[in-house]
Design a protein around this ligand. Structure first.
Ligand code: ADP
Ligand code: ZN
Length: 629
């Protein structure tokens, strides 16, 4: 493990016997703590400050929620995600925790009620927007209240390094001076070193231990497929793996977002667009539907992301390439926060490489900045062209090592061969040179394959030595060769926007036969699909106990219950809990209580409701038959 990922623990603090396991079972309905939760919770309960770095979905919330319940007084949670506070509070109330929020969306009457609850000590947790927290009124309120802790969520917002900088976060440094005896716990999923140093400095956490978890997201399956009619590929991906799932489809431009969303609706997917060009109200409405309903797909530009806290996003699909691995990891990380299987799926082709290269090379940014962008893009393209385990490469990019290939990425599941493409590359590069470095890949491929069309004849390219030397490879393979040449910088793209390809310094050693080139042997998507069909049946997970129709019936009941209270379905039960219902078929409240995610409050509220669905299901053969038909 790299040194910076080692965990520091403050052993001088006394470890008190606390009922934290009891709360984990009774309130949240979970059996065991995840990762470092227990260490963080014990430390916070004992009154220590800390910085907690955990990946998305790592379970950060419990790290401050349980101490806030155990310790005397109210736990104050600072969060910039105002739009989500109500849902977070609602999620807690559903488990029986006394929670409220203070932010600009509340009416005056509501503010008074929350303040009264704080004063009466009848709250466990109070969520506050940062600008609100440091207002006189709130400070005064907190000064006369018994406080359990301060949790500073999304702590990277204090860093000017990061892309989510929030000026109001800077004032949080005052907390230490104003409330020196109250433990502070800062949490983030953004781990890079400069950001972390800045959090520590700005929040005065120099002496606090750091609890750092690995950044692997083992439940996410990474896959990159060569583009070949992207929409059909997306359609097949959705049909095979994600019927009715919630997901995000990322595109680069607003126009593509709109077109793709419309097309998806045309094939029966409940898809909504999201980008900065839409009316604020439409955007909000689409985001709300995504957040609150089952199975909505959002098609979005990267404007969509921050402020998404939906645990059951089952897939993130990229129809266009992100500009860096950081962006890719952050975007794909929105899938599968609940730890259930999820997909990060991307199509990637020659055209993307050409467009992105043009964008970066032609950018008017300063020389330093441009070089940085080129480096980031190179890393991203390298990731796409990998033949080895994708997760190993991703993690090593963030300074972590994974000793074994992961077994849950496309390259691990269907190993990709490489082939010696030296000769093909020489032909391609020579064709570029002989045609004057003025043409794009499509034309070059025609020349290589020996076509005799009017355009080729007009330029006299039917008489050059490379005409027809590439007839042994089909156009699909040639496109793959050109894509990999551009991705690796063995060819560059002109900046005028015609996409003509040019030799680079790196081309020469290959042309002169001094350097070998190994390339990935792309499998045509249709063939890959045929192969997969035989070998690997898509989910559901365990066919012997799985019953898709019961699953749908349980989801429908959950939606009804959620609608009636206008809350998102997942605050009632997560998908994982519904899945356990299908697999374990509880028949009594006692059995129901054993499901993960069922605490005492939810058992009382919903146990009978869901048991009724299961019982009716198992006892009524006609429903079963209809469902199976
Ligand atoms: P983060 O804020 O780090 O992204 P959350 O706190 O939202 O993560 O937790 C992610 C998911 O894991 C949630 O669905 C949560 O209910 C679940 N979870 C958290 N702790 C546990 C646990 N100890 N056992 C089972 N599930 C847990
Ligand atoms: Zn792998």
């Amino acid at each position: 493990m790299p040194a910076h990922l080692r965990v520091t623990r403050n052993t001088s603090l006394p470890t008190m016997p606390q009922p934290i396991h009891d709360i984990l079972h009774r309130v949240f309905g979970y059996t065991d703590f995840l990762g470092q939760q227990q260490a963080v919770i014990e430390h916070t309960v004992a009154g220590g400050d800390s910085l907690v770095l955990m990946p998305t979905g790592g379970g950060k919330s419990l790290c401050y929620q349980i101490p806030a319940i155990v310790r005397d007084g109210v736990g104050v949670v600072v969060s910039p995600l105002i739009a989500l506070m109500r849902d977070q509070v609602e999620g807690l109330r559903q488990t029986g925790v006394r929670a409220a929020c203070l932010n600009s969306t509340l009416t005056y009457q509501e503010v008074l009620e929350v303040e009264a609850a704080v004063t009466n000590s009848s709250l466990d947790l109070l969520y506050v927007a940062p600008e609100r927290l440091l207002g006189d009124r709130t400070l005064e309120l907190l000064a006369r209240t018994r406080l359990a802790l301060f949790a500073i969520d999304e702590a990277h917002c204090v860093s000017q390094w990061g892309h989510d900088f929030r000026p109001e976060y800077l004032q949080l440094s005052e907390l230490r001076d104003r409330f020196p005896d109250i433990p502070r716990i800062a949490l983030t999923a953004t781990a890079d070193e400069p950001t972390r140093r800045e959090i520590v400095r700005r929040l005065g956490l120099g002496r606090a231990p750091q609890f750092v978890s690995g950044f692997d997201r083992p439940n996410i399956r990474y896959a990159v497929v060569p583009k070949n009619r992207a929409r059909h590929q997306l359609q097949r991906f959705l049909e095979e793996r994600h019927r009715g799932s919630a997901g995000i489809v990322y595109c680069l431009s607003r126009r593509r977002v709109d077109d793709t969303a419309e097309w998806l609706r045309g094939i029966g997917v409940d898809a909504l667009p999201y980008h900065a060009g839409l009316h604020a109200a439409t955007r909000q409405r689409n985001q709300d539907r995504f957040q609150r309903e089952d199975g909505v797909v959002i098609v979005a530009t990267i404007a969509f992301g921050m402020g998404i806290d939906k645990p059951d996003v089952r897939f993130v699909a990229h129809l266009d390439l992100p500009k860096s691995i950081e962006a890719y990891y952050q975007e794909t990380g929105r899938a599968g926060r609940d730890g259930e299987p999820a997909d990060a799926w991307m199509v990637y082709g020659l055209q993307e490489v050409v467009t992105l290269r043009q964008m970066v090379e032609g950018s008017t940014a300063g020389e330093m900045r441009k070089r940085l962008e080129v480096r980031k893009l190179d890393a991203m393209l390298g990731y796409c062209e990998l033949t080895a385990c994708r997760r190993q490469t991703l993690l090593s990019y963030f300074g972590e090592t994974l000793d074994q290939p992961c077994g849950n990425c496309d390259n691990c599941l269907t190993p990709v061969a490489s082939w010696d493409a030296t000769e093909a590359c020489q032909k391609a590069l020579s064709c570029v040179s002989r045609t004057g470095q003025m043409f794009g890949a499509g034309y070059l491929i025609d020349v290589l394959r020996g076509l005799e069309n009017e355009r080729i004849q007009r330029f006299g390219h039917d008489r050059i030595p490379t005409h027809g030397v590439g007839a042994d490879l089909d156009p699909y393979r040639w496109r793959s060769v050109f894509r990999q040449l551009v991705a690796r910088g063995l060819l560059s793209v002109d900046m005028e926007g015609y996409g003509s390809l040019r030799l680079t310094e790196a081309s020469w050693p290959v042309l002169r036969g001094e350097e070998e080139v190994l390339m990935r042997r792309d499998v045509r998507p249709e063939r890959a699909a045929r192969k997969r069909k035989k070998k690997e049946p898509p989910p559901p997970p365990d066919p012997s106990t799985w019953d898709e129709a019961l699953w749908e019936a349980l989801r429908a009941r959950r939606t009804e219950l959620a609608r009636a209270q206008s809350v998102p379905p997942y605050v009632i039960f997560h998908d994982s809990t519904l899945r356990e219902m299908v697999e374990q078929r509880p028949r009594t409240l006692e059995e129901f209580a054993r499901l993960s995610g069922v605490g005492e409050t939810k058992l009382g509220r919903y146990g009978d409701e869901f048991l009724a669905v299961i019982t009716e299901w198992d006892d009524t053969p006609s429903i079963r038959l209809a469902g199976e038909g």
